[in-house]
Design a protein around this ligand. Structure first.
Ligand code: C2E
Ligand code: MG
Ligand code: MG
Ligand code: MG
Length: 285
């Protein structure tokens, strides 16, 4: 008869030798070392204000450069970080790095609002509030430069707790954005109950905006409600000048997408803001 500990070891050995080991386990193993090996970095995607044609913010996006596999998409590895519980540690690193960069831009005289994505798993961590506030204070960045992006599903999994946490953060001056808006379970009630500053309209509604009356109606309705409630709107995934014209006509406040710039390094952001000209318009004389 085999003891409990021995039994477990046999199962693992068996899995390894019969090649049943899932690719996810390899990724998980590699991710465990990625933080200490400094394989993560952030890229920043610019956001342009449509009224003034200026870059007013950026979104921080996580990148993982695997030593052999090269750049891995966050769509692939963020679910693994979440399932394995590693998202708290990596998420804390993202917050620190983004706050440090935001402070750098403040000191350089080119302050930018920096959007930070929070995953549902991070939200369950009772230390999240202290992590955010502690990090921003240590880095010396003003809370108003930090925009926390949360998704609908995240807010819906425990709305009471989410509202309480977001209200406390907002009370200190942090900005709150609802990411990928419109593709989840959001409703008007949802909008009215959450303490938010910004709605990021999902790329799904922008993609066909030039020929879909339904998508135009949805985006138009969102902007009307947002304006009434004093909420800023950002259209995601704007790739063409025509898409830009359409969302501008519908009353969207800011755009983010390849038309303005792909996610890029901090240095590239600095070059962009110095030379920036709103696309499709002649510079004023
Ligand atoms: P998201 O927060 O909705 O980020 C926007 C995604 O759309 C980014 O993909 C960006 O590169 C892409 N995108 C931006 N403009 C365009 C465009 O004009 N056309 C097209 N086709 N795509 C565009 P990315 O960087 O691959 O990130 C994917 C998702 O991974 C993000 O979606 C976000 O949910 C998640 N993510 C990224 N970084 C982090 C992070 O630090 N923490 C967490 N929890 N999630 C993150
Ligand atoms: Mg986002
Ligand atoms: Mg988004
Ligand atoms: Mg999206």
């Amino acid at each position: 008869r085999v003891g409990r500990g021995q039994g477990r070891r046999v199962v693992q050995y068996d899995e390894l030798t019969t090649q049943k080991r899932s690719p996810t386990l390899d990724v998980e193993h590699a991710l465990r070392r990625a933080l200490e090996n400094q394989e993560f970095h952030l890229v920043y995607q610019p956001q342009m204000d449509l009224r003034f044609g200026r870059i007013v913010g950026v979104e921080a996006l996580l990148r993982w450069k695997h030593p052999e596999r090269g750049l891995v998409s966050p769509v692939e590895f963020i679910p693994v970080l979440e399932e394995s519980g590693m998202i708290d540690a990596v998420g804390a690193w993202v917050i620190d790095e983004a706050c440090s960069q935001a402070r750098h831009w403040e000191l350089a005289g080119t302050p930018l609002r920096v959007g930070i994505n929070l995953s549902p798993q991070q939200f369950l961590d009772p230390r999240l509030f202290d992590t955010i506030v502690g990090t921003a204070e240590r880095r010396g960045v003003s809370p108003k430069r930090v925009e926390l992006e949360i998704t609908e599903s995240l807010a819906m999994q425990d709305p009471t707790r989410a509202i309480e946490l977001l209200t406390r953060l907002r009370g200190l001056g942090y900005k709150i954005a609802i990411d990928d808006f419109g593709i989840g379970y959001s409703s008007l009630e949802y909008l009215l109950r959450f303490p938010i500053d910004t709605i990021k309209v999902d790329r799904a509604f922008v993609r066909n905006i030039t020929n879909s009356q339904a998508d135009r109606a949805i985006v138009g309705a969102i902007t009307v409600i947002a304006r009434t409630l004093g909420i800023n709107t950002i259209a995601e995934g704007i790739e063409t000048m025509r898409q830009c014209d359409f969302v501008e006509a519908l009353g969207i406040g800011e755009i983010q997408g390849y038309l303005i710039g792909k996610p890029m390094s901090p240095r590239e952001i600095e070059h962009l803001i110095v030379s920036f000209r709103r696309p499709g318009r002649e510079p004023e004389q």
